[in-house]
Design a protein around this ligand. Structure first.
Ligand SMILES: Cc1cc2nc3c(=O)[nH]c(=O)nc-3n(C[C@H](O)[C@H](O)[C@H](O)COP(=O)(O)OP(=O)(O)OC[C@H]3O[C@@H](n4cnc5c(N)ncnc54)[C@H](O)[C@@H]3O)c2cc1C
Length: 415
């Protein structure tokens, strides 16, 4: 029998997880990525879960110890940089590129085509055809839209569903530890740090330094700094130096230098000095607007939505990569369990992944609400300390819930 074939749109983590797991159940796959080069330079630190490591082990590219850093507590700083609360929690932090690179490098080169932008999908002889910007048309049994939050695939099938801007952005910075002061390194190593100030939240945690260049040793310090930013301000932030306004987000290299300089200045004024230092020292400070998105359906005949194309949860949940990995596990397992009935397999995928997708989106909204990012600036009074404690406990509860909801899924369902 001829192998069945899947076209995967999007060569980021969701697409790469799908490619590996479908190959493992005997499918032919081709990944089409619109960008023309390697994506490893993008992305920053991520929090991992046991389920994510299980998926990597199942694929056969386990994450080496050198690609993760363990934190042992959640710690709150006041704006002066003093620790005022610490709760024990073990987490394994890593970096986007630590997953991207081994997943991509271990796929045969013929499975990945770069510089291929999908423009639309059409039904084709009981299967599906992808039509690309260069005019080419490719047919397969299934098409997987792993094309992220502005998904072309989702827009075609669910034009009314659009990412809803949450009213704030996350600034992201990463700096090798050896470029930071000793006090900063000593405070931040092995800690997941929270700093609330004037209606904002900054998080700092260590990540492997070798995330981009793979040189062994050392670690980097990563900051995610949430700041309330209204739509008008977001549009200004998304305008490049040629005056061109980018829709909804802007590629990091196009962020104007004066925008970066203003953010660094604000960090120095508002954040604990250790966190501000990372923001100021960062060579590529960039921001990501925060969106919510829920798709009411994930399957349209032979076309499937996966990863951020299907659901976008706010990054407070810290589960976007784990969710994309488990979406891919579910799809491959459903297909393997229903070899003769593709419709039944895809219906199972739709049903099972809606449940987790809705849960993470709702939890992200709840965490966003408890941060009160839209609130008026406040001084760091006693009630601020209580708010900080509440925020930290909600984050811990979310991490524990995700562990309980996901652990063992990838293992149990291994073929
Ligand atoms: C601030 C922030 C912090 C985060 N922190 C974490 C964290 O700690 N832990 C975690 O698990 N997750 C985190 N995430 C989320 C995580 O990065 C994503 O959820 C995850 O990478 C899954 O993405 P994806 O592959 O589905 O989509 P994406 O990574 O968005 O990839 C989509 C790909 O499709 C390509 N593409 C788009 N359109 C087309 C087209 N028409 N044709 C061909 N290719 C196309 C794009 O170029 C892109 O490469 C965070 C996100 C943000 C914004």
């Amino acid at each position: 029998m001829n192998k069945r074939r899947a076209l995967i749109i999007g060569g980021s983590l969701g697409g790469l997880f799908s490619a590996h797991l479908l190959r493992a159940v005997g499918w032919d796959v081709v990944v089409f990525e619109q960008e023309s080069g390697d994506l490893a330079g993008r992305g920053a630190g991520i929090g991992t879960h046991d389920a994510l490591h299980q998926v990597m082990a199942r694929i056969g590219v386990p994450i080496e110890q050198a690609m993760s850093v363990v934190t042992r507590s959640y710690t709150c700083l006041d704006p002066a940089g003093n620790v005022f609360r610490e709760l024990p929690l073990r987490r394994t932090m890593s970096a986007w590129a630590c997953f991207y690179r081994p997943l991509k490098d271990s796929l045969p080169a013929e499975c990945c085509q770069f510089g291929m932008r999908l423009t639309r999908v059409e039904p084709d002889r009981g299967g599906v055809a992808a039509i690309f910007a260069d005019g080419s048309r490719i047919r397969a049994d299934v098409l997987i839209g792993a094309d992220g939050h502005r998904s072309t695939v989702r827009t075609q099938f669910l034009p009314e569903i659009k990412p809803a801007y949450a009213g704030y952005v996350a600034w992201r910075a990463i700096v090798p530890e050896d470029r930071l002061r000793r006090e900063t390194r000593e405070l931040l190593i092995e800690r997941y740090v929270f700093c609330l100030a004037e209606g904002q939240l900054a998080l700092a945690y260590p990540v492997p330094k070798n995330q981009v260049d793979h040189r062994p040793g050392g670690y980097g310090l990563n900051v995610v700094w949430y700041r309330t930013t209204d739509m008008e301000a977001l549009n200004r932030l998304c305008t490049d130096s040629q005056g061109r306004q980018h829709l909804g987000s802007i590629p990091p290299p196009l962020i104007r230098p004066e925008v970066v300089a203003q953010a660094k200045e604000a960090a120095s004024e508002l954040l604990a000095p250790q966190i501000a230092e990372i923001v100021v020292q960062s060579e590529q400070l960039f921001f990501q607007p925060i969106y919510d998105l829920e798709s009411p359906r994930l399957v349209f005949a032979n076309t499937v939505l996966l990863g951020d194309a299907a659901f976008i949860a706010r990054p407070h949940v810290g589960a976007g990569v784990t969710k994309a990995a488990l979406d891919a596990v579910c799809l491959a397992d459903a297909i393997a369990a229903n070899e003769c009935d593709l419709n039944a397999a895809l219906a199972r995928y739709d049903r099972e992944r809606q449940t987790f997708g809705r849960w993470v989106v709702n939890r992200g909204r709840r965490l966003g609400a408890c941060l009160e990012l839209g609130g008026a600036p406040q001084t760091f009074a006693r009630d601020e300390r209580q708010r900080a404690e509440r925020v930290m406990r909600e984050h811990i509860a979310t991490t524990v819930d995700i562990h309980n909801l996901t652990v063992g899924i990838a293992e149990k369902s291994a073929p």
